[in-house]
Ligand binder design. Structure first.
Ligand SMILES: Cc1ncc(COP(=O)(O)O)c(C=O)c1O
Length: 366
């Protein structure tokens, strides 16, 4: 059938989601460590709120996300007019590309990094300039600043970066921001911010408070374990927020997601518990990897990047899947020879480390 469609679609890469494993041989229960979900699950208070609201779903959700926006703004020291709520951080990223990009413009992004930047920029018809990460797996902000051209409208930063898990420090961020030409918007995607322990991590909310053209992006999918309900948000200057709201589907967030996110924010004890457990499990996972001589990048997130070279990430991941464990091969990020592993609760660590050691032992020798 000959129909007209936007040719920009031809440049849009397909999104590859983390695989769900089948049960392992011998009936080992499936363990999905391929999408950086929180296996601790949502707070019991969130679950209770969702059950209580089940009969209310005949109503449309609040298009302005009033309650959640107020709670987020209060916590961040901002005005609600400086907060946008979206259907996942993904929707925030897509709104940015809808508002600030079109054919003839350009986005600068790190590589390898989260695929959505490339995908949404291409969907908007913009050109993409990818800047390789530095040798430590963090962004090279000097090179990213140098890549900004007269056509650049948006620079996407991912801090800590997915899939490397590495933080780009404050000094580099501040130099970068000072070098940024007028008219360019910076997105700082901080989906994994709650897992950062590095004291050199930049405070990009401070830049928002100063009215700099910075869009600080967050999600309820990781620490708060609400990935299935799709709630993300951004802090940004009010003038930019207004543009994003204009482009947003009025009912982008459903009522259950909005209520769950509010309840999750209110349950600070649960959040602190999961945060502490995740950090402790990350430490133990990294210690276990070191003890077994497995090579990894020290992580500031809820995942760890394992170097499996000379093998391909997908061959290694396929072998691990026979043990019922799914991890993410990072070839689609442009990073062959690696897999990204979500940090699971401590109870799963023994099984995971054993399976990783076995998968490594069965692979080709370096
Ligand atoms: C860096 C980064 N940004 C954004 C997202 C998307 O988050 P959400 O589930 O809120 O759309 C992810 C999800 O994995 C991510 O890794």
């Amino acid at each position: 059938m000959a129909v007209w469609y936007r040719k920009a679609l031809e440049a849009v890469p397909a999104y590859e989601a983390g695989r769900a494993p089948a049960a392992g041989s011998g009936g080992a229960p499936p363990l999905k460590l391929s999408s950086n979900e929180s296996l601790w699950g949502p707070s019991p208070a969130v679950q209770e709120r969702l059950r209580a609201l089940a009969g209310e779903v005949y109503r449309y959700p609040d298009p302005a996300a009033t309650g959640l926006r107020r709670a987020l703004a209060d916590a961040a020291g901002l005005d609600p007019a400086q907060v946008v709520v979206g259907n996942g951080a993904d929707e925030i990223l897509r709104l940015v590309t809808t508002v600030f990009l079109e054919a003839g413009t350009e986005a600068v992004l790190p590589a390898p990094s989260f695929a959505a930047y490339r995908l949404y920029a291409a969907l908007a018809g913009a050109a993409v300039r990818e800047v390789p990460l530095g040798p430590d797996g963090g962004m090279d902000l000097e090179a990213m600043a140098a890549a900004v051209s007269s056509r650049t409208r948006v620079v996407f930063l991912c801090n800590p970066n997915n899939p490397t898990g590495v933080v780009t420090p404050r000094a580099a961020w501040e130099r970068f921001l000072d070098r940024l030409p007028q008219g360019v918007v910076v997105v700082s995607d901080e989906a994994y911010r709650e897992f950062v322990t590095d004291p050199a991590y930049p405070d990009t909310l401070a830049a928002v408070r100063e009215g700099r053209p910075v869009i600080h992006v967050r999600t309820f999918s990781k620490l708060y374990a609400l990935a299935g309900l799709r709630v993300g948000w951004a802090a940004l200057p009010a003038g930019l927020a207004e543009l994003l709201w204009r482009a947003r589907d009025p009912f982008a967030n459903n009522s259950l997601g909005l209520a769950a996110a509010e309840a999750a924010l209110a349950d600070r004890a649960w959040t602190a518990h999961v945060q502490a457990e995740t950090l402790a499990a990350r430490r133990r996972l990294e210690e276990g990897l070191s003890r077994r001589g497995l090579r990894f990048t020290p992580s500031q997130t809820n995942f760890v990047l394992l170097d499996v070279r000379p093998e391909s990430g997908s061959a290694f991941a396929a072998r691990l899947e026979t043990a019922g464990i799914a991890v993410r091969a990072t070839e689609s990020f442009g990073l062959p020879g690696h897999v990204r592993i979500t940090v699971p609760p401590a109870a799963h660590l023994g099984r995971l480390l054993e399976a990783l050691e076995a998968a490594q032992a069965e692979g080709p020798r370096s």
